[in-house]
Design a protein around this ligand. Structure first.
Ligand code: NOJ
Length: 492
């Protein structure tokens, strides 16, 4: 090789390292699977068609359109209820191994309780979607609940009322009966922290309740029990014949100490316990982390709460919870800097229970979602934490992605984000031996981003919301992800 040639190769290599953060010759393992995700309320539309019942999101956004930034809702969204075949074509073109979508409880059981009737048209919709996916060689990964609680159940307290647990388990059983022969990956819940803490404590998501310091804990408790009972039911009644796997998606930001000081390190650990271990420890070990229980119980006592604001699991529930997973789903997007708060948080509140102040580094690149900063190392650090603290369980990244305020096709920022985060997934696998079994990009297409409406776009595919056709057009990131999937490595 002549010198200039060597130089050319060397600089190409340096460039690749610079762009991706890692040498490009690292590959994803053979068994590693790639997918994309969506959820029912965010894409389906057809909110009251063919016998579908009303969900808490339908209900609340019709009553209070002002809670959504652009006063929109999911009545039509991406119209995937009518356009699912087109969606599957896109998925096929993208080359994904699986498609993670959620089932709207109210399409299957319109009034939430199975004994009040089931809806054949809704059942047919998901059956057709599953068939279409399988016919195209794409595995369905089904989220049983992605925040759209039947309004009939919400009206009597929703996830604050423990009677919802049995209704959820009956609904899940019905899904296993209907689709379990064809669906081999199930996720019981998506992001407890978002629908529980934000739904019942801080009032940012449906049902927009503000029972600060109480509601979120109660909701999480009931949802965790519903998860454990569903897992147990699947194992006893279906696993032997259907041979599927059950997990759940828990979200977390990485908690990085703001400085090197011991205090900030402790603050970051505390934050991670409240943000992540709080949800996962019960699934792994059968109960909330001991330190978290001590802290909330202590505070509750002096605030006059007897019993504690943090509910207790019974012995039987602990037994059901412990080990109730085949794989763990991780939704990870961003990182925050942690230090002890010097100002007082409202009390009682989960923030006050934790006591940690979170911030962003001014140098971080921020997406269209103010909470979402691009900090790729956070992905590796979360994965390594899971490996070291949770005994390296099979870990599926069930969401990761970047939002923009426009829907431009040349979405370079999104491409940069994906490349850098995927490079860290490779690092976690190759340098640390993390048991990551797959990766899911959020999202297949621009969609209804909850209280942010259509102002924050996460899609690999643009959706023209001004057109009744909801025309779909792949963005540059779609083609980049297609290439990554095809080659099982990052290619520039
Ligand atoms: C979390 C949620 O699961 C999903 O519904 C949401 O759109 C994305 N993350 C982005 O915020």
């Amino acid at each position: 090789m002549t010198l200039p040639t060597i130089w050319r190769f060397t600089s190409l290599f340096t460039l690749l390292v610079f762009v991706t953060g890692e040498p490009s010759n690292r590959t994803f393992p053979n068994h590693f699977k790639f997918g994309v995700a969506t959820s029912a309320y965010q894409i389906e539309g057809a909110w009251n068609e063919d016998g579908k019942g009303e969900s808490n999101w339908d209900h609340f956004l019709h009553q209070h359109p002002e809670v959504v930034v652009d006063k929109t809702n999911g009545d039509v969204a991406c119209d995937s209820y009518h356009k699912y075949k087109e969606d599957v074509k896109l998925l096929k073109d993208l080359g994904v191994d699986f498609y993670r979508f959620s089932i709207a409880w109210t399409r299957i059981v319109p009034l939430g309780r199975k004994d009040s009737g089931i809806n054949p048209d809704g059942i047919a919709y998901y059956s057709n979607l599953i068939d279409e996916l399988l016919a195209n060689g794409i595995e369905p990964y089904v989220t049983i609940f992605h925040w759209d609680t039947p309004q009939t159940l919400e009206a009597v307290g929703g996830w604050l009322n423990s009677t919802i647990i049995d209704h959820y388990v009956s609904y899940a059983r019905l899904l296993f009966e209907l689709y379990g022969e064809r669906v081999k990956h199930w996720l019981t819940f998506n992001e407890f922290s978002q629908f529980c803490e934000e739904g019942y404590s801080t009032g940012k998501k449906a049902p927009f309740k503000t029972l600060v310091g109480v509601g979120g804990y109660q909701c999480t408790h009931n949802a965790l029990i519903a998860h454990a009972k569903t897992f147990d039911m699947y194992v006893k009644e279906f696993k032997y014949t259907q041979k599927g796997l059950i997990g759940l998606s828990v979200d977390t930001a990485w908690a990085e100490p703001k400085t090197d000081s011991i205090l900030d390190k402790l603050a970051a650990e505390e934050e991670f316990m409240f943000d992540y271990a709080y949800y996962l420890h019960p699934i792994m070990a059968g109960d909330y982390p001991a330190a978290l229980k001590r802290k909330i119980n202590f505070k509750s006592f002096f605030q006059g709460y007897h019993p504690s604001r943090l509910p207790k699991f019974s012995r039987q529930e602990k037994k059901l919870l412990k080990g109730s997973f085949d794989f763990i789903g991780l939704n990870h997007y961003t990182t925050s800097l942690c230090s002890w708060s010097t100002t007082k948080f409202p009390s009682p509140s989960k923030l006050d229970d934790c006591g940690v102040k979170q911030s962003q580094d001014p140098s971080w690149k921020i997406s269209a979602s103010p909470w979402l900063a691009q900090v790729p190392y956070g992905m590796r650090k979360v994965l390594v934490w899971i490996k070291e603290n949770l005994n390296n369980p099979p870990l599926l990244i069930t969401e990761n992605g970047w939002s923009t305020s426009d829907s431009n096709l040349d979405d370079e920022d999104r491409m940069e984000y994906y490349k850098k985060y995927l490079a860290e997934v490779l690092n976690a696998i190759h340098d640390h031996g993390c048991n990551v079994i797959g990766y899911t990009a959020w999202s297949l297409m621009d969609n209804m981003e909850w209280a942010s409406g259509y102002t924050e776009k996460f899609g690999l595919v643009r959706v023209d919301f001004a057109s009744p056709n909801r025309t779909r057009t792949p963005k540059d990131s779609f083609y980049m992800y297609q290439t990554i999937i095809k080659n099982k490595k990052l290619i520039d």
